[in-house]
Design a protein around this ligand. Sequence first.
Ligand code: AMP
Ligand code: MG
Length: 513
Amino acid sequence: MNIEQIKQPFTDIFPGDLSDNPMQRNTPKVLFASAKPAGFDGPKLIAFNQTLSEEIGLGPYEEKDLDFLVGNNLPDNVKTYATAYAGHQFGNWAGQLGDGRAILAGEIINKHGKKTEIQWKGAGATPYSRHADGRAVLRSSVREYLMSEAMFHLGVPTTRALSLAFTGEDVVRDIMYSGNPQLEKGAVVVRTAESFLRFGHFELMSAQREYDTLQDLVDFTIDNYYREIKADGIQKYKEFFENICTRTADLMTEWFRVGFVHGVMNTDNMSVLGLTIDYGPYSMMDEYDLNFTPNTTDLPGRRYAFGKQGQISQWNLWQLANSLHPLIKDEKFLEDTLNHYGTYFWKAHDEMLCKKFGFDELRESDEEFFTNWQGLMQELQLDYTLFFNQLEKLNPESDMKSLFENVSYVILSDQRVRKLEDFAKKYEERLLSNTISRETSLLLMKQSNPKFTLRNYLLYECIEEINIGNTEMLEKLTRALENPYEELYPEYSVKRPAAYDDTAGCSTLSCSS
Ligand code: AMP
Ligand code: MG
């Protein structure tokens, strides 16, 4: 791997704490602090993403590169650091947070000039670890490694994963915060993104009234990642905020399309580039449920439930708007932009649903159709992914019971079958009014509805397997997630087995990682 080409332009530009002091602390007025990976004695590679490595300009993996993948024996050009950010967690201002479990190696530029940041997750404590150890366990590392790649191949904007390795060290974790700490295997993921900048970086500088740094950070973000913005002065900052809103709304629409629930949509987990970032207690949705939240910490208020992700992203954008106010200085503009966000998001969302159903365009009457469909999905506990796969097979002769029997998590009584029949009738009527051919309509459906999604129970089984040294399932899941719009393995395109309905770490997850 071309490790010697990694540089740290971020630390050259922005104020940082270069003391190398590993103590956990507040670092006012700076955007980063130097931080070193802990170093691990017995690392072992579990998975490496060769295609990604080539694509970003790191090149092929050789055995000696394992050291780099866990942060051991770094060359002099890799001057590692952790960034400082703040955030609103579960609706409350949390002050300084920062990379507590992530350490940046820097940035690599590929032959097309594309920049990619590289960081370890779980390689050791930083000044921002806040009484935690900066380590990650195998469980959470496998979940991040596989799901970020699954999202990429689904076509959803996301950070990506380069490698997954055991550290050779055990880590103590109380998985369900129940007073039963256990030893788990430690692991490190190397992840990449065009940038890992979050809403929280802007919030931190603004809260500390470091407006010059705030402005430099915005300029830097625009120059590097929002090149489409050509305006100057305040207009430039207005367009910046508008573009973040658009990217965020588009991201939320994509989450809704594939049935992804993030689980911890705190502002420190919101990418300013509109990427899915920080894979923790997330879940793909099995049975359709707008109130579904996989995160046990979120259960009391269900703030981050599937159906709330549009609203919550808007709330998060309000916080970002407050942070950018010193540069934009125009409350009316910010308010209008945020109000427009809601309209834009719901339109994008409904247009996305149209494609999933194979409709030509969004019509006013579709609103009622969607509301009825949501009611049907909730009541019959229909599997989100499988429902659309079966819908493609629907024809006027279809027997509803046999078509949807294996899609529902409840028994399909005669009364429920009748509800499906009513729905199918309305659906077919709507299809008949399409101005596109049935072929085009089916193509829209096939492009919008994955056949494979990385369900929690599959991840759970895969983690159990890796824990006892078997990586066949990991390899098989990797092939499946790389081709989500095909059915490579029919055994993976089925609903969640009943045995997993109440399994901790499967139906419910904690932030413990
Ligand atoms: P999260 O809710 O996972 O995004 O994390 C919130 C904050 O806690 C971030 O600043 C993380 O870096 C930090 N954090 C979470 N887990 C750990 C850990 N094991 N060690 C150090 N910091 C952590
Ligand atoms: Mg986070």
